[in-house]
Design a protein. Structure first.
Length: 220
């Protein structure tokens, strides 16, 4: 396998992981127990504006990009265009996966809703596993976390908590103001914030090495 083939594999895995992340987010939306912190702002805007989750995902990610520019105190056109392209792709996947899931019966019992939520955690963790392993450009939200780390010299865990808290808080406030409910925020949001990382750690132990070999090893 030549270098070009390795690059193609990494790009394929990257796109697949974006799809898995959007699929997991859509399952959490359908569970209606509270969405992942990463999409809480986008979904909150979607609930209150009537816009599709794909469009509000692009809007939210554009805000994350602007915040990066402010924190870095510089504007890099190449980085901006790349992150915006990733945002549009992720937004498109969000619309596609949510549309497909809405074709199936809406989970009405609490048991099925919890099954949807738990499944979403594993799908999101699987997407993050490949996303981290492939080492291609970060999505705007993750890039913002690293911008906070660089600007304020915070450890990764604390910077992520800050981002998640702000994202969830703004999403919740928007919902309270416009639809008089927490909307996108619920017990599922807290569960996702805590357990997704735990599941990811478990997956990294058992699957990351094989995934690295598949995506990065050059075979003569």
């Amino acid at each position: 396998m030549d270098h070009e083939s390795v690059t193609n594999r990494r790009i394929l895995l990257y796109v697949l992981c974006l799809f898995l992340l959007s699929l997991g987010a859509s399952f959490s939306i359908q569970a209606n127990l509270g969405v992942s912190p990463v999409v809480s702002l986008a979904y909150g805007v979607s609930l209150t504006s009537g816009l599709s989750i794909g469009i509000t995902t692009v809007i939210a990610n554009s805000i994350y990009i602007i915040l990066q520019v402010i924190l870095h105190k510089r504007f890099e056109l190449k980085r901006f265009c790349l992150q915006l392209t990733i945002s549009f792709l992720f937004g498109l996947f969000n619309d596609i996966t949510l549309f497909v899931l809405q074709l199936f019966p809406t989970p009405e019992t609490l048991f099925v809703r919890w099954i949807y939520l738990i499944f979403s955690l594993f799908v999101i963790a699987a997407g993050l596993l490949g996303y981290i392993t492939v080492k291609l450009p970060f999505m705007p939200y993750d890039a913002l976390i690293y911008a906070i780390i660089e600007r304020f010299h915070q450890p990764f865990g604390r910077a992520k908590i800050i981002c998640d808290f702000i994202n969830v808080s703004i999403g919740g406030i928007i919902c309270l103001l416009f639809i008089q409910s927490f909307g996108s925020i619920g017990v599922g949001t807290l569960i996702s914030a805590y357990f997704t990382g735990k599941i990811l750690e478990w997956m990294m132990i058992y699957y990351q090495k094989n995934l690295q070999n598949w995506s990065q090893t050059t075979v003569q």
